[in-house]
Design a protein around this ligand. Structure first.
Ligand code: SIN
Length: 517
C-alpha cells in the first residue's frame, strides 16, 4: 500500500490531524490505522474536559502560571504560553466540527474546576467529554473522501533505514512508513508513506492498575525508540488520585477530578478529612500531591483505599454534571449521596514520551508524534489536569501546517522489502505471554509506582531484563500476534521508565524516589 500520510492512532490527536490535512490537501492520500475499533482510544475515556481560558476573571497568564506550578519547574515556558493561547481557537474549531460543550443558564460555557487550577476553566460535556469529542471527529472523518480508515490493524514496526540497509546510524534514520498486521486476515502489509504520524496514545497498561483502556500499551513510543527516536522525561508517570476501587475491573473506572472541583472531600475509613495535612489547596492540589497524599494515608492506616465523600453536594446539579459516575456507582451498589465512594490512585498519563519540536517533528526524519505519546515540554514533571486534550489539538494543528508543506519535498521510496516473517511456530502458547504480562504489571506496580527507591528500581530493571530476553526469543521464533507485540512494546516502555527513573537525581512533580530526599 502506498500513501502520502500514514497516521497511527485514532484519538483526538490523530483524528484532528487527519481532518486538517485532508481538508487542506484534498488531492493527497491519508491512511489511518488503528488497532481497535471506533471507541477504543484514551480520548474516548476522558471525563473532565479541555482547559481553556473563557471568562473575565480568568486570564492566559493565570492558566500559564498554574501549568508551570504543576509542572514543578520542568515545563518549557514558551511551549506552555503557545499552547494555552491557542485554547479559544481550539474551542471554536471543535464547536464548528459539532462537539457539544455544556452551557449554563446564561448561555455561557459551564466551566468545571480540577486540581491545580486557580480558576474554573474546564469546558466539558457532562462527565464524558472525550466520548463526545470522539463522536464528532469520527462523524467529520466519514465525510472525507481522501482518507482510508483501517480499523483492527496493528502496527508491528516502523520502516526505517534499519530495514533497508541493516545498519544503525542515528544521523541517517528516516521513517518510510510501517509494517501493519491486518488482524482479520493475519497478513502483514507494507504501508509506504512519505510522512508518518504517531498519535498512538499512552501506556497505562504497563501498570495493570490504570484508568487507561486495554489498548494503551505504549506501542508508538516503543516502536519509535526501536528505530532510534529520542525519548524524554518518561519517568514522569501521572497517577490519577481517584480511580474507583472495584477489584474486578480493568480499566479502573475514573471518578473525575471535576468531582473534587465540585466540592467532594477525600476522607479515611473513619470519615476524617486528611488533605489539609499535605497542601493548603487540599482536594484541589495538583494530582501528584493528591496521589502521593493518598498513598501515604493508605500506608499509615494499612488500607487499600480511601473514600470520596459526595454526600453533602447538591444532588440535582451533581446528577446533571456527572450522570455516568452516578450511574456507575449505583450499578455496584453505591448511592453517591448516601455512601462514600472507595477510591485509589491508578496510572493515568505519561507526561514525557517521544521528544518532539514545536511542530511535532521527532528526531527521526519524516516521523512526527502528537498527543500523549509525545513529549512537547508542556507538562514538565506533572501535567495540569485537562491540559492534554488541548495539547493534542494544538499539536495536531501545528503538525498539519508543517507537514502539508513538507510533503511536496519528499519522494516516495520504492524499494522497501516486505515483512520478513522469521517466526514459523503457529500458534504459540498464550500462557507464555499472559504470564509475562502479569509479571510485568506486578513489578511496575510494586517497584515503579508513585513512590520509588533505588533498590526497587534496580530490582525492576533486573527482572525486566529477563522478561525482555524471554519475549524477544518468543518473538523470533513464532508468528506475530498483537498480544505478543503489545507485550514486547510494554516491556520496552517499562524499561524506559525504569532506566530514566534511575538517571533522575532530583525529585520533581510526579517523580518521587525515597533515596533522593
Ligand atoms: C479527570 O476527569 O479527572 C481526568 C482529566 C484529565 O486527566 O485531564
Amino acid at each position: 500500500m502506498k500513501t502520502d500520510f500514514l497516521v497511527i492512532g485514532a484519538g483526538i490527536a490523530g483524528l484532528t490531524y487527519v481532518i486538517k490535512v485532508a481538508e487542506k490537501l484534498p488531492n493527497k492520500q491519508i491512511v489511518v490505522v488503528t488497532k481497535g475499533g471506533e471507541t477504543d482510544s484514551n480520548t474516548n475515556y476522558a471525563q473532565g474536559g479541555v482547559a481553556i481560558v473563557q471568562n473575565n476573571t480568568d486570564s492566559f497568564e493565570k492558566h500559564v502560571q498554574d501549568t508551570l506550578k504543576a509542572g514543578d519547574g520542568l515545563c518549557e515556558e514558551d511551549i506552555v504560553r503557545t499552547v494555552i493561547s491557542e485554547g479559544p481557537n481550539c474551542l471554536a474549531e471543535m464547536v464548528e466540527w459539532g462537539v457539544k460543550f455544556d452551557k449554563n443558564q446564561l448561555g455561557d460555557y459551564d466551566l468545571g474546576k480540577e486540581g491545580g487550577h486557580s480558576e474554573n476553566r474546564v469546558v466539558h460535556h457532562k462527565d464524558f467529554t472525550g466520548a463526545e469529542i470522539s463522536r464528532a471527529l469520527h462523524l467529520r472523518l466519514k465525510q472525507l473522501t481522501n482518507v482510508t480508515y483501517l480499523e483492527h490493524h496493528f502496527v508491528v514496526d516502523l520502516i526505517s533505514g534499519h530495514h533497508l540497509k541493516n545498519k544503525l546510524s542515528k544521523s541517517q534514520t528516516t521513517c518510510y512508513g510501517a509494517y501493519v498486521l491486518n488482524e482479520q486476515t493475519n497478513e502483514i502489509i507494507t504501508i509506504r508513506s512519505k510522512i508518518t504520524i504517531l498519535a498512538s496514545g499512552g501506556a497505562g497498561q504497563v501498570y495493570g492498575h490504570t484508568t487507561n483502556p486495554k489498548i494503551a500499551t505504549g506501542d508508538g513510543i516503543a516502536m519509535a525508540y526501536r528505530i532510534g527516536a529520542e525519548v524524554k522525561e518518561i519517568e514522569f508517570i501521572q497517577f490519577h488520585p481517584t480511580a474507583l476501587y472495584y477489584q474486578v475491573e480493568s480499566p479502573a473506572f475514573l471518578i473525575s477530578e471535576a468531582v473534587r472541583g465540585f466540592g467532594a472531600k477525600l476522607v479515611n475509613k473513619n470519615g476524617e478529612k486528611f488533605m489539609s495535612k499535605y497542601d493548603n489547596r487540599e482536594e484541589l492540589a495538583s494530582r501528584d500531591i493528591v496521589a502521593k497524599a493518598i498513598d501515604s494515608e493508605l500506608k499509615l492506616i494499612g488500607q487499600e483505599y480511601v473514600y470520596l465523600d459526595c454526600t453533602q453536594l447538591d444532588r440535582i446539579k451533581f446528577k446533571s454534571h456527572f450522570p455516568k459516575i452516578t450511574d456507575k456507582c449505583k450499578s455496584i451498589g453505591i448511592d453517591v449521596f448516601k455512601d462514600f465512594i472507595p477510591v485509589v490512585p491508578a496510572a493515568h498519563y505519561i507526561c514525557g514520551g517521544i521528544s518532539v519540536d514545536r511542530d511535532g517533528q521527532t528526531s527521526i526524519k519524516n516521523l512526527f508524534a502528537i498527543g500523549e505519546c509525545s513529549r512537547t515540554g508542556l507538562h514538565g514533571a506533572n501535567r495540569l489536569a485537562s491540559n492534554s486534550l488541548l495539547e493534542a489539538f494544538v499539536y495536531a494543528d501545528k503538525c498539519a501546517d508543517k507537514t502539508t508543506e513538507l510533503i511536496f519535498k519528499i519522494k516516495q521510496l520504492q524499494n522497501i522489502p516486505n515483512w520478513n516473517s522469521k517466526g514459523t511456530t503457529n500458534p504459540i502458547e498464550l500462557i507464555l505471554i499472559s504470564h509475562n504480562l502479569k509479571e510485568l504489571q506486578g513489578l511496575m506496580k510494586d517497584y515503579v509506582g508513585i513512590v520509588r527507591s533505588n533498590e526497587r528500581l534496580e530490582r525492576a530493571r533486573i527482572r525486566l531484563d529477563l522478561l525482555y530476553k524471554e519475549t524477544e526469543k518468543l518473538y523470533k521464533k513464532t508468528t506475530i500476534s498483537p498480544q505478543l507485540c503489545e507485550l514486547r512494546n510494554m516491556i520496552t516502555v517499562a524499561y524506559l521508565i525504569v532506566t530514566h527513573s534511575q538517571k533522575r537525581k532530583e525529585n520533581k512533580g510526579g517523580f518521587y524516589n525515597t533515596d533522593l530526599v
